[in-house]
Design a protein around this ligand. Structure first.
Ligand SMILES: Nc1nc2c(ncn2[C@@H]2O[C@H](COP(=O)(O)OP(=O)(O)O)[C@@H](O)[C@H]2O)c(=O)[nH]1
Ligand SMILES: [Mg+2]
Length: 350
């Protein structure tokens, strides 16, 4: 096995930990879990690597690690951060994350970006925007797991949340890029969902879908600085009004609209205050924990879906018949439904 090393200088630290992890690969999982529970970053990184691994021999250890960490998880605030590329997510996470660590919090930054393995532009790859946080001993940054399906990427990120919590991180920030389905997946794994926006262009022009606005617990107009400041303040007022047109939230929370400058660190503390108010309110009316329970249920069903599909498509008999069936369906010799039924029947034969 070879270790893939990153070449940019900001990844030097991660290279060191990769090599260390590599050497420690034969550590028993109990030792690894002890390390995680003590907050040892290299143990945490290694445990996550095992969980993300698609190698068969990592399957059992991965389940053991999760089982042992689960009782120690849950004690954090999980925050999803979304917005179109360029809106300032990475810059915001740097500023917000550093503000939180300076308050004594331990912050883990994760990402769900199913495109990152294709474009190589992993949204956390631009660690240049997180120079401070990268060096912060109270911050842990982990790029998006690679994966071909959003389901797989999301599952791994969800499990990584549990490990980070077991390691003592009490704020989990999950970045996702504001296009496609990944924000729905992230919304399904966080307590609080933050949408970053820009003043000026309308939502459609910014590529923000209505559904994403509906999911947001806070909308933050970023880049409220310099010549843009006035426009950002205006956008904030306008958007607060527009929000009344959206259906009320099940938990009774009224989404807030704020503005900030991620690069100048203004308006950041106010955002944290809103999140604290949200947590307090939703813990008081019990929506905080009931939402997490709902999420667990959702992920159970999602996992069953994933596993069933995986089992089906990996079945050797299915694989070979699928090619022929596809051809016959395309040529109109057999109906798609009949073909599907036959394939399913075949997958169940021993
Ligand atoms: N003026 C200004 N520029 C910002 C602010 N936040 C981010 N930027 C700039 O916007 C660009 C995109 O930021 P980045 O954090 O990479 O956005 P991301 O793609 O959403 O992660 C960079 O050039 C940042 O320097 C801000 O608050 N004010
Ligand atoms: Mg970014």
């Amino acid at each position: 096995m070879t270790i893939k090393l990153n070449t940019d200088e900001h990844s030097k630290q991660s290279n060191i930990s990769k090599i260390k992890s590599f050497r420690k690969q034969n550590r028993p999982t109990s030792e690894l879990v002890d390390g995680v529970l003590k907050g040892d970053i290299s143990a945490l990184a290694m445990a996550i690597t095992i969980i993300e691994s698609r190698i068969d021999k990592h399957r059992v250890p991965s389940q053991e690690i999760i089982a042992k960490c689960l009782p120690h998880s849950g004690k954090s605030i999980r925050i999803g951060i979304t917005g179109v590329p360029g809106v300032g997510k990475s810059t915001f996470i740097e500023s917000f994350g550093s503000t939180l660590t300076s308050m004594g919090k331990k912050v883990a930054v994760l990402a769900v970006d199913p495109t990152s393995s294709i474009s190589k532009g992993s949204i956390l790859g631009d660690k240049t925007r997180m120079q401070e946080l990268v060096r912060d001993p109270n911050a842990f940054i982990r790029p998006s797991p690679a994966g071909s399906s959003l389901g797989g990427v999301a599952r791994k990120t969800r499990e990584t949340i549990l490990l980070c919590e077991a390691a003592g991180y009490n704020i989990i920030l999950i970045e996702t890029v504001g296009v496609g389905q990944s924000e729905t997946a992230v919304h399904g794994m966080v307590d609080f969902f933050l949408l970053l926006k820009l003043a000026g262009a309308g939502d459609e022009l910014q590529g923000i879908k209505r559904g994403i606005v509906e999911m947001a617990d806070i909308i933050v107009i970023n880049k409220a600085d310099g010549e843009n400041l006035k426009q950002a303040k205006l956008a904030k007022v306008e958007f607060s009004r527009a929000l009344h047109l959206y259906p009320p939230k099940k938990n009774g929370w009224i989404p807030k609209v704020l503005s900030c400058s991620a690069s100048e660190n203004t308006g950041i503390v106010e955002i944290w205050e809103v999140i604290q108010a949200f947590v307090e309110e939703s813990k008081n009316n019990d929506h905080f924990f009931s939402a997490r329970k709902e999420q667990n249920k959702y992920w159970l069903l999602q996992s069953i879906d994933d596993l069933l599909k995986q089992e089906f498509y990996q079945n050797e008999k299915v694989k070979s018949l699928l090619v022929r069936m596809t051809k016959e369906v395309v040529e109109g010799k057999i109906s798609p439904f009949t073909a599907a039924e036959e394939l399913l029947k075949l997958s169940k034969t021993p």
